[in-house]
Design a protein around this ligand. Structure first.
Ligand SMILES: *[C@@H]1O[C@H](CO)[C@@H](O)[C@H](O)[C@H]1NC(C)=O
Ligand SMILES: *[C@@H]1O[C@H](CO)[C@@H](O)[C@H](O)[C@H]1NC(C)=O
Ligand SMILES: *[C@@H]1O[C@H](CO)[C@@H](O)[C@H](O)[C@H]1NC(C)=O
Length: 545
């Protein structure tokens, strides 16, 4: 008998008898499950008290972290794939004071396979979930390029690590975290969930496709569906600017986004600063030609060239004949600043001479496609860039597995997927996820399957990539909605939101189950089939709300 008293004593919450059974938080209490092709390197375990996480990307889930932090048994399992020269670490946190008998595995972001210890992981552990995440076997610096771990030498990619990132380490995370939870608490988790945003959302899609049995429910937020082509498309704004040798100032892009937002805000029947009826948003950008705005205290005229660049960005990547390759950016979404895809480099007189591409997009062009760290994407011709959309899908599409419309195995196993996308996402355009979901629905319809029985999708007005600005509604409790669906069979008709703000948080407008759209009628909110005109006879201004 090891000294499990401290854990036992901590298990004071009613109904947490499983926590009481948790064996001592020592490495000897845990073992490595059998996974073909892997070999244990080490297991460590130690108690952590009052952990408050750290800020990675300012995710709203930080609000879930309790003031005193979270107490947990920190189990780290490191293993190898023999001959592949990797060392993968899975981090499993077993809350000791308050355990709700559910496991949540967390996805990564950008090039990272997982995010260990940041807002979401700590927030969910704080709520009583056992949580786990993997590093995929490599260390990625979010503010650098992927060269250090992805390129073994010019011409040679580290293929095993790419497979880890794409899907392998995620399945292993599921197997290992379930095993560690069962050993830690003396009983399996009652339910296991996937929770991921951006790359993490893409990973959720890949898991539903490749490992449908791993989780009871998958929450995929702002997912990077059709990932390889999507990432390539994030270079499009830069490509357009290079082709035209026109580099608009961030002030101009911000002005254009605000103008569209202002024009389309009220189409849902309420002026609240965000666009929700994109289906009705047909703003004529041309009306903005020649407008003079203030930029860094100086006047700046919005040129016709700038308007043409913006229109091309909204249209999205096309081939030299003008055929659409993938969807374009969302009207009204901000395209500059943190994670922006249309950033430019300008001097203090507002002269802009070049673009500043999104690193992950240029990584994909240089490394994943060209295998040449020195390759300069600015040199791409239109033919070459367009051809890359086919090449990238052929070479990487199946490996990443995030664009499969037939989720039959997942559905037949009775699993549920809840996806949401931010309508003001500055990096992943809404059009990608919407296109994917429409494809899933069309494929299901052909076979007489009702998609909403196992897969639902919500579009969140005003929200940004995996987050929301102060004052904007965020679906903070999407995981709880997924749980009700999985555990009680209550399918979410609407998704509740929380508006974060410096004066405290409050409930926001619920989000409609796509393709239903939000509408305000006679002062009350409803979700209705799209296509119809809103009854805006009672249109109110924000300050009347
Ligand atoms: C958990 O343990 C690992 C391995 O020792 C360590 O690297 C990590 O920092 C620990 N996490 C926390 C939150 O203490
Ligand atoms: C809103 O009010 C109008 C005018 O009174 C009425 O005709 C309409 O039916 C109402 N709509 C709803 C949804 O109650
Ligand atoms: C309501 O909105 C529609 C669509 O934008 C518009 O055509 C119509 O004129 C508006 N009606 C009122 C009363 O504002």
């Amino acid at each position: 008998m090891r000294a499990s008293k401290n854990l036992l004593a901590a298990s004071i919450f009613a109904g947490q008898s499983l926590a009481a059974k948790m064996s001592a938080c020592f490495s000897e209490s845990f073992s490595f499950p059998t996974i073909l092709g892997t070999e244990l390197h080490s297991i460590t375990a130690s108690l952590v008290k009052g952990y408050k996480g750290f800020v990675a990307f300012g995710r709203p889930e930080a609000a879930l972290i309790e003031p005193g932090g979270v107490d947990f048994c920190n189990v780290t399992v490191s293993y190898k794939h023999p001959t592949h020269e990797d060392l993968v670490s899975v981090h499993v946190w077993l809350p000791t004071a308050k355990y709700n008998e559910r496991l949540v595995d967390l996805g990564g972001g950008g090039w990272a396979a997982g995010e260990v210890g940041a807002e979401v992981m700590t927030g969910l552990a704080s709520q009583g979930y056992a949580v786990a995440s993997t590093d995929g076997g490599y260390d990625h610096n979010h503010f650098g390029t992927a060269d250090p771990w992805l390129m073994k030498s010019p011409g040679n990619l580290d293929y095993p690590l790419i497979v880890n990132f794409a899907h392998r380490s995620l399945h292993e995370l599921a197997v290992i975290s379930k095993h560690i939870v069962a050993e830690g608490y003396g009983a399996k988790a009652k339910f296991a969930y996937w929770h991921g945003c951006s790359t993490g959302g893409r990973q959720g899609m890949a898991i539903a496709n490749k490992y449908p049995d791993d989780f009871d429910g998958i929450l995929a937020s702002c997912p990077g569906v059709d990932y390889p082509a999507l990432v390539l498309s994030l270079y499009w704004p830069q490509f357009v600017m290079n082709q035209r040798k026109v580099y608009p100032h961030a002030c101009e892009f911000e002005f254009l986004a605000q103008a569209v937002t202002k024009a389309c805000d009220g189409l849902d029947g309420v002026i609240d600063g965000v666009v929700s009826r994109l289906d009705l948003c047909h703003f004529d950008l041309q009306t903005l030609a020649g407008k003079v705005i203030e930029c860094n205290g100086k006047p700046l005229q919005v040129s016709q060239d700038t308007l043409e660049v913006y229109k091309a960005i909204l249209k999205g990547p096309v081939d030299p004949q003008g055929n659409e390759l993938v969807g374009g950016a969302t009207p009204g979404a901000n395209l500059v600043g943190f994670l922006g895809i249309a950033n430019t480099v300008c001097d203090e007189d507002n002269n802009c001479a070049r673009g500043r591409p999104f690193t992950i997009a240029t990584d994909w062009i240089r490394l994943m496609l060209k295998k040449d760290p020195q390759f300069d994407p600015a040199k791409l011709t239109h033919e070459e860039y367009a051809r890359m959309f086919r090449d990238v899908r052929q070479e990487w599409g199946h490996l990443f597995g995030s664009n499969e419309p037939d989720l039959g195995r997942f559905r037949m196993l009775g699993k549920k997927m809840l996806a949401w996308h931010a309508m003001n996402d500055q990096v992943i355009p809404l059009s990608h996820m919407r296109g994917h979901f429409d494809k899933v629905r069309a494929a299901d319809e052909l076979r007489g399957i009702t998609t909403s029985d196992y897969y639902r999708y919500f579009e969140v007005p005003g929200a940004s990539h995996c987050g929301a600005a102060d004052g904007v509604a965020y679906p903070m409790h999407a995981l709880e909605a997924l749980r009700s669906w999985v555990e009680e069979g209550i399918a979410p008709e609407e998704l509740s939101t929380v508006v974060l703000g410096s004066e405290g948080n409050r409930a926001g407008t619920p989000i409609c189950d796509y393709p239903k759209v939000a509408n305000w009628e006679n002062g009350s909110f409803t979700c209705r089939e799209s296509g119809g005109q809103p009854d805006n006879s009672s249109k109110r201004q924000k300050d009347e709300l």
